[in-house]
Design a protein around this ligand. Structure first.
Ligand SMILES: [Mg+2]
Length: 285
């Protein structure tokens, strides 16, 4: 059963489009987080970003005057690495297409072996294709995905047992425009391999379970705040959390209007400060 707003003990925030938009902090963020601390409400940041390391995100938040522990930030790379370790076991070979430092760091943290399909040499390609060892493919966002990478994926297709992605976001908010998300890579991979990459970040239920575990929080005490209906709000709904959509990010009014009623978030706000009255009943308990 979903919680009442007054029973909320934990908040999971998306980052891009909610806390900041590109290089700009969104209005009211510092006031809201100060108030949550005063009310003793836990908060955590769960982003489908796979490019940055958690430390780089922590530093970006700190530059905005927002100091949070490293353990309060989770990327889709971290979620994906832990999912693959759980499902495939430590030391399993992960072929990656896209992604960068953030992905490599998280795979190394859980002792998965990574081979990057952007830089793989012909000898290694042949070696992997010719040995019987199983491997999986993991895609992540990149603006440098190209024909050579897709050719490498096709060449190794017989060796690839599972096809995963850090996320399958169609777009993300950046500066004054939205940019194509990891779906632009996943679309090409799906067409070539005839297998749809399984997105492991939001809205996959593992991403929310993973964060609830890290926070030591329960679904019925937690609210998910995001700007993306397809990832943030869907993830919260799948995990039976209360959900709150922040307008002015990845979701337009038109997209919201076209959404079937049962998929609507519990709350819709234009600015983060509007979250406080929603949670206020708790403060007056
Ligand atoms: Mg977002």
């Amino acid at each position: 059963m979903k919680p009442h707003a007054g029973e909320i003990e934990s908040v999971i925030f998306d980052l891009d489009g909610v806390i900041y938009r590109g290089a700009e902090l969104r209005e009211g963020v510092l006031d809201v987080l100060k108030e949550l601390r005063a009310w003793n409400i836990n908060f955590h940041f769960l982003t489908n970003t796979s490019v940055k390391t958690t430390r780089q995100i922590q530093q970006k938040l700190s530059n905005f005057g927002l100091d949070v522990p490293l353990s309060s930030v989770t990327t889709s790379s971290e979620v994906a690495a832990h999912y693959l370790k759980r499902e495939l076991g430590q030391g399993y070979l992960v072929l990656t297409a896209g992604g960068s430092e953030g992905l490599s760091e998280e795979l190394a943290n859980v002792d998965m072996r990574q081979v990057q399909l952007e830089t793989i040499g012909d000898d290694e390609l042949v070696k992997i294709a010719s040995r019987s060892e199983e491997c999986c493919l993991l895609t992540a966002w990149s603006d440098r995905f190209d024909y050579q990478v897709v050719s490498n994926i096709l060449y190794l297709s017989e060796s690839v047992e599972g096809v995963f992605s850090t996320d399958d976001d169609r777009e993300f908010a950046s500066g004054d425009r939205n940019l194509p998300g990891t779906a632009w890579i996943n679309g090409a991979v799906q067409r070539i391999l005839l297998k749809k990459p399984l997105g492991l970040g939001k809205p996959h239920p593992f991403s929310v379970d993973y964060v609830l575990n890290k926070m030591d929080s329960l679904p019925d005490k937690t609210i998910m705040i995001g700007d993306n209906i397809e990832s943030d709000i869907a993830a919260g709904q799948a995990a039976n959390l209360l959900t709150c959509l922040v307008l002015g990010g990845a979701t337009t009014n038109e997209e919201l209007c076209a959404l079937p009623k049962h998929l609507h978030p519990d709350f819709i706000i234009s600015e983060l400060l509007e979250l406080l009255p929603i949670l206020e009943t708790r403060n007056t308990d």
